[in-house]
Design a protein around this ligand. Sequence first.
Ligand SMILES: C[S@@+](CC[C@H](N)C(=O)[O-])C[C@H]1O[C@@H](n2cnc3c(N)ncnc32)[C@H](O)[C@@H]1O
Length: 372
Amino acid sequence: MSSEKEQTRIAMRDRLYNEYSWLQCAAMQAGLALLPRYSDDRSLMIIDYGCGQGANSLQPLNLVLESVPDGATVEILFEDTPFNDFSTLAKTLGRGIPYSSLAKRDVTVFLKMVPTGFYNPIIPQPKADLGISWTSMNYLESQPNVTLNPAATPADFLAAKHEAFAAAAQKDLIKFLKLRANEIRDGGYFVAAIGSQKPKSEVVPSNPGFKLLQSVLVQMVGKGSLTYGELTQFALFPSHERTPEELQEALQVPEIEALWAVESLESKLVVHPAWLEYQETIELAGTDEVKKKTALEVYARAVTLNLVSASGWFWLEVLKHHRGPSWNGGDAFLEELTELSIREWVESSDESKVEIWYIYLKLKRLSEETQK
Ligand SMILES: C[S@@+](CC[C@H](N)C(=O)[O-])C[C@H]1O[C@@H](n2cnc3c(N)ncnc32)[C@H](O)[C@@H]1O
């Protein structure tokens, strides 16, 4: 059995994640239409799996809350690993869940936080009506023990990592779906947006915007601010962006098919909101090259901060492991990396569009009767 100790130490970078998670916000918004409404339910339990610091939980939860009738009681559990910034989460929820307006409508909301990783049971009985998970299911329970070459071309590197992590990711996904089946009641729903790979039939792959950051990391090795061993470990970020086929395969495992009916499974390409703003700004800038360059820098900054706030925690873990627990150069390291990446981006006039494929999944928990 796995324990919290063995679990990969995953935590977005403190409060910065809430502030900079624009792409994850867009990914959540593209899944809102999948959420069920509860106009007849007087008692509801919702679990937000991998909620992070909560900024991207508010809109979907408020949408569901608005649908409940007067007199309803709603219990919402916010789940994440023990390393999550639960203090920022608490403040975000305090500001963002509208107790007062719901109170006027006689709806009572109970908020609870659960600091237990989602590869463990979260509640003892199948009492939840709805489980949701935004941009979380790509994270693995533990880091596969493999060695990859971080100096390979980005395409070769990603292909090698995908192959090396695939078996662990499939095992984790099946475990996750079985655990959720013990928590979501018969007829209840599970809705997720999962960072993924493009479907086979599509031409455009995901572009998370890592290319220049990666090249700056290699330069930092040349300058001596990072060792090659540390860079090699950076490459093992414990996440697996599944192909739609991999997801299908897990859903077709007989044990999983017996638990869940697939109501919706669709891939969507989510464009970074900063790209759309960049397009508008350069259009307005016309032939003004200074304005265009400033707009490119704003775009590069938004993408880089988004990446660093979502992945920086892992690089700092690696550095602490290599440099000793007393090393306290984390903030300075991330600052240097961020500024160098933005400069590289602007100097290379890189205008590539940052966009990521997501799989949108809606599952309905089959009742025992349906299974017979
Ligand atoms: C990219 S963030 C997404 C956060 C939030 N759902 C959002 O949409 O902004 C990924 C979240 O998944 C959480 N996570 C990763 N592995 C997890 C695990 N094993 N159990 C619970 N949460 C996990 C991370 O701690 C992090 O908060």
